[in-house]
Design a protein around this ligand. Structure first.
Ligand code: ADP
Ligand code: MG
Length: 367
């Protein structure tokens, strides 16, 4: 089922009585989440991800704007009546109940015409447990499970009511690195198998990029960009998005455009059009550098880090906004860090320029 967010806004009143500074946690969010897709809601801590999710769930009421599930306006509907499954960072299982009882819990609370008989409930609980592959653990207590297993129970409990929408708020944050990787793939598999429209909140760009059909990048309550992960990575709308996506992160330089030439410091790296003369911010993805004897960009090499298939050349440049410039080069290349300079050509589709004041993208063509 599709979810429509229409001018969705949440303003929290000031916590401090002396100041009247209210917090605009979510600022005029508009988006139609397509049916059956997994959407990654991504941004740094405090940007309004959880607040957006809580409004979709009904746990928080919007200050203004509307939410539709399909064609139904659910803005005023209570959480229980929205048909959602919710999973949080801290698994929030009942410690005194077994896994089976935890999963059964939401079904036992169904009332009126939704009430199920015992056999149906057990069958549904078993199916949910099987979907997340914990059917062997049904008689254990949460304390007898690993973090990853506990989170699977929480997911099973969210799925057992066969929700129309699955909402996950940083569900992997409490897991160690390897389990995080494995569990995110599991979530993707379950989402594909069930076809439930899912919103997955995370501050981890790699996590969001790897499992989402589409990502929404937020900053201070404002949506910055929405698109397929690869499209947003390849075509960031502004400096914030360019910097937020990618590991190692994009290299940022101070530069300028003069007479159709793009300069990084005194290095004339590219001829571009049609951009008027101005100072700009330049971003180059680490994979955008090509070692070249006559390359226009001259960096001072510091170190080469081995990454297996690739190497990362760490260098410096006077116009770099960061202490180091990091390029990723195929390990077959021989790099001599004792030389004065490494010289690079830049792949045109891996370099972005941004307005120095607004930090919005400036589009150009290579001459
Ligand atoms: P995220 O999940 O992206 O880290 P949140 O949605 O939790 O961000 O918070 C967004 C902003 O709203 C933050 O500035 C946060 O301090 C503020 N905020 C969240 N909940 C409340 C609340 N109940 N009262 C006041 N301010 C809040
Ligand atoms: Mg949050």
């Amino acid at each position: 089922m599709k979810i429509v967010l229409q001018n969705l806004t949440k303003i929290f009143p000031s916590r401090n009585k002396k100041s009247n500074e209210e917090v605009i946690a979510v600022n005029n969010f508009n988006f139609e989440i397509p049916d059956g897709k997994l959407i990654g809601l991504l941004g740094p801590s405090g940007c309004g991800k959880s607040t957006t999710l809580y409004m979709i769930s009904g746990l928080q009421k919007p200050s203004s704007g509307k939410i539709f599930f399909g064609n139904d306006d659910v803005t005023e509907l209570s959480t229980e009546n929205r048909g959602i499954g919710l999973v949080f960072q801290n698994y929030a299982l009942y410690p005194h109940l077994t896994v089976k009882q935890n999963i059964l819990f939401p079904l036992q609370n169904l009332k009126g015409k939704d009430k199920l008989d015992k056999d149906t409930m057990l069958k549904r609980a078993y199916e949910a447990a099987k979907l997340v592959q914990i059917e062997q653990l049904l008689d254990r207590k949460p304390s007898e499970l690993s973090g990853g297993q506990q989170q699977r129970v929480a997911i099973a409990r969210a799925l057992v009511k066969m929700p129309r929408v699955l909402l996950l708020d940083e569900p992997l944050s409490n897991l160690d690195a390897r389990l995080r990787l494995q569990t995110r793939e599991e979530i993707r598999r379950i989402q594909k198998e069930t076809g439930i429209t899912t919103v997955f909140v995370t501050h981890d760009q790699e996590e969001a990029m790897s499992i989402s059909d589409m990502i929404v990048v937020m900053k201070t309550g404002l949506v910055q960009q929405i698109g397929k992960p690869q499209d947003v990575y390849d075509d960031p709308a502004n400096l914030f998005v360019a910097k937020f996506l990618g590991t190692p992160p994009i290299n940022v330089f101070n530069g300028r455009v003069k007479n159709g030439t793009l300069y990084i410091g005194s290095d004339a790296v590219m001829n571009i059009q049609p951009v008027p003369d101005q100072e700009v911010i330049i971003g180059i993805r680490p994979e955008g550098f090509v070692l070249s004897e006559n390359g226009a960009l001259k960096c001072k090499p510091v170190n080469v880090e081995v990454m297996g298939r690739d190497v990362s050349i760490v260098s410096t440049h006077d116009a770099s906004a960061n202490p180091f410039v990091r390029s990723i080069i195929n390990a077959d290349n021989k790099v001599d860090v004792t030389t004065d300079f490494v010289r690079y050509d830049i792949k045109p589709h891996k370099i972005f320029i941004f307005n120095k004041e607004t930090e919005e993208r400036i589009y150009f063509e290579v001459k």
